[in-house]
Design a protein around this ligand. Structure first.
Ligand code: ADP
Length: 492
């Protein structure tokens, strides 16, 4: 049966992108539409976004505008005066967060509930509302409070972002006082938007099976593992896919040389061009192993482990290029390392999509020693482009990279290297294993080919989401046929 699915998120790639969430909100609706489902995306409209066509007024909330999205999709933008003042969705150019987050995202959630129930006469009702991240956490409780028949699914892309606000927030937003309870949305004296999703959504998903298990433990649970454990039977992990049209080394317009797993020869031209671009032009550079890293420069990504291991790494025949931006202290350490080792370490501080593609296509290996990684996109791009990933096997990294152990090399499943401890020594050991294998040209080419041939398809993931939607609809139907679920009934 074709489902009508309303996506609600703070990012959507063609219109509003900060990170990987935007890519998911572009690719997954498209894959679902490809399976015959009817998908709408609701997102906030901030300054500088296209105006779109005004299609409805949501009394007390704002205006709904329709943007031209992909051929099979409709994107609805919520326009409010407060959102319109934002130059960035999460903060301004200096990274300063906005003081009106709770009110702005509560508006987005209210708009989602109104749309799901066709309260504004668009002749479209949702069977399922698929909410993403804390910004949409109020949707599941609001749907239930309004007794809207739509089911809700809440996806955790990164549990570290919880949307915590002062205790008074529930009252200030006009929400019932009982929501400020540990079984509902209270979290250590705060009002936590994410808990609306975690406690009230009919189904929960996380963006990889491993991460879905990890967040049930104190080590990865961000203080929410207890709450999640009580709903573990409703939680599943579904791996993100990689957009095969955007990330295709045979056709990528951002690459100078095109190649594929079957015809990898041209890759060395891209590698040579990248070395030149980075100023690594000395006689030894060609024979060295070029390590790459692209990512946000935050503790999560473990780039400090690379910096800690740098003195030892540089005793090996290696070069390193890092592209990223983020915390000032990490940026400064990287700049200092590049200054201290000219021609061997290059730090490009900033966001540069084209250079990112060239690094994936030119580096020999790709470092991703993340402390936690809900899914991770970079390692998928690296594999597709033939840069062998060296990863800390947590979350999506554990689910997507198969360690080059003797057994996995023998059976042809190996695609990268997994650190055996999450520290500088573990990273060094994994790099040494990569260097040892690289000395055997045939074995290395096989590993590169296996990495390039691994497919992470949105099509497969979309099928899994449909199963989740169907079970969410069944659960919601059941909940309305019988008394509503706790704690709504207990305190409602
Ligand atoms: P996260 O979503 O935690 O930032 P992911 O690995 O899931 O990490 O996705 C990051 C995406 O953003 C990748 O596609 C990566 O190539 C891209 N990216 C990150 N930093 C940069 C940068 N400085 N320049 C260009 N692309 C970047």
């Amino acid at each position: 049966m074709a489902l009508r699915i309303l996506f609600v998120a703070a990012e959507y790639r063609p219109l509003l992108k900060v990170g990987g969430l935007a890519d998911v909100i572009e690719a997954l609706p498209d894959a679902l539409a490809g399976l015959g489902h009817e998908v709408r995306v609701l997102l906030p409209r901030i300054r500088g976004m296209p105006r779109g066509r005004r299609i409805a007024r949501l009394p007390g909330i704002g205006t709904l505008r329709e943007a031209i999205a992909a051929p099979r999709l409709k994107a609805w933008m919520l326009d409010t005066p407060a959102l319109g003042r934002r130059s960035g969705i999460y903060g301004d150019a200096d990274g300063a967060a906005y003081a009106d987050d709770a009110a702005c995202f509560a508006d987005l959630c209210r708009a989602a509930v109104a749309l799901a129930d066709d309260a504004c006469g668009l002749r479209w009702r949702a069977d399922v509302v698929h909410c993403h991240e804390w910004q949409t956490g109020l949707v599941p409780p609001l749907l239930q409070l309004a007794r809207v028949p739509a089911a809700s699914v809440f996806t955790i892309h990164n549990l570290a972002q919880r949307g915590l606000f002062p205790a008074e927030t529930a009252g200030a937003l006009g929400l019932p006082a009982w929501l400020m309870h540990p079984d509902a949305m209270e979290f250590w004296g705060h009002f936590a938007f994410i808990k609306g999703g975690l406690q009230f959504a009919d189904r929960l998903t996380a963006v990889s099976p491993r991460y879905a298990g990890e967040i049930l433990t104190p080590a990865f649970g961000e203080g929410l593992d207890g709450a999640l454990r009580t709903r573990a039977d409703r939680l599943s992990g579904i791996l993100n896919g990689l957009d095969e049209t955007l990330w295709n080394p045979r056709t990528d317009p951002l690459l100078q040389a095109h190649f594929s797993a079957r015809a990898p020869q041209a890759r060395r031209h891209g590698r040579a061009a990248l070395l030149r671009e980075l100023g690594m032009c000395d006689a030894d550079a060609e024979a060295c192993v070029l390590l790459g890293h692209v990512g946000r420069l935050v503790p999560q990504k473990g780039i400090d482990l690379v910096l800690d291991a740098l003195p030892a790494l540089l005793q090996r025949p290696l070069r390193l290029v890092v592209l990223g931006r983020g915390e000032a202290a990490i940026e400064a350490r990287l700049r200092a390392a590049a200054l201290a080792h000219p021609g061997r370490v290059v730090a490009r501080i900033g966001f540069d999509d084209a250079l990112a593609h060239r690094i994936y296509a030119g580096a020999d290996a790709f470092l991703m020693p993340s402390r936690f990684e809900p899914c991770g996109l970079s390692q998928l791009s690296a594999m597709r482009y033939g840069a062998v990933p060296i990863v800390n096997p947590v979350g999506g990294l554990a689910d997507t990279v198969v360690d080059a152990t003797p057994r996995h090399l023998d059976d042809g499943s190996a695609t990268g290297f997994a650190m055996r401890s999450a520290d500088a020594a573990g990273l060094l050991d994994a790099v040494d294993r990569a260097l040892a294998l690289r000395a055997d040209a045939g074995a290395w080419s096989r590993l590169v080919r296996q990495a390039m041939e691994r497919r992470f398809s949105w099509h497969d993931s979309a099928h899994r989401y449909v199963e989740v939607y169907e079970s969410a609809c069944a659960a919601r139907g059941e909940a309305y046929r019988h008394p509503p679920p706790m704690p709504l009934r207990r305190r409602g």
